[in-house]
Design a protein around this ligand. Structure first.
Ligand SMILES: [Cu+2]
Length: 140
């Protein structure tokens, strides 16, 4: 009597363990699948370009520094003639919106965000890209 009771407890326990094991396998499969789909949809080295206003080498340094300091940005190269900022960034960590905000915060207008007057006023006099005369001075 005692023996058969013991056996059935052990059997129940084993059955429960197997059930749990199956459930765990199921959960792990779902987790793996969702992680894989995340990995496919989010690029670690996404490439994009963003229009950023500026006029000179100092602007270039300021724009690129602000972009690079944004977490997830791996490369930032701004072209003074085309105003194009070429970016390589980790999509899991940042996006164009966040990068644009960081650049606007140091005084440079982007296609997505305009710098506040306060931020714009803080840039050096030679960098006043909203001033037509300053822009002209840089064209020769
Ligand atoms: Cu400048």
């Amino acid at each position: 009597m005692a023996l058969s009771l013991e056996r059935s407890i052990t059997q129940d326990y084993v059955i429960e363990l197997i059930k749990q094991h199956k459930r765990m396998k199921h959960i792990i499969t779902i987790l793996m699948l969702s992680l894989m789909s995340l990995g496919y949809s989010q690029n670690k080295n996404a490439k994009a370009s963003l229009e950023v206003d500026g006029v000179c080498g100092m602007c270039k340094a300021r724009i690129e520094k602000a972009a690079i300091r944004t977490k997830g940005v791996k490369s930032a190269v701004w072209n003074v003639d085309t105003h194009e900022l070429k970016l390589i960034y980790d999509e899991r960590k940042t996006n164009l919106d966040s990068i644009s905000k960081k650049i606007a915060a140091v005084g440079h207008d982007t296609k997505l965000y305009k710098a506040t007057d306060e931020a714009y006023n803080a840039v050096d006099p030679c960098c006043k890209y909203r001033d037509e005369q300053v822009v002209k001075d840089h064209q020769n």
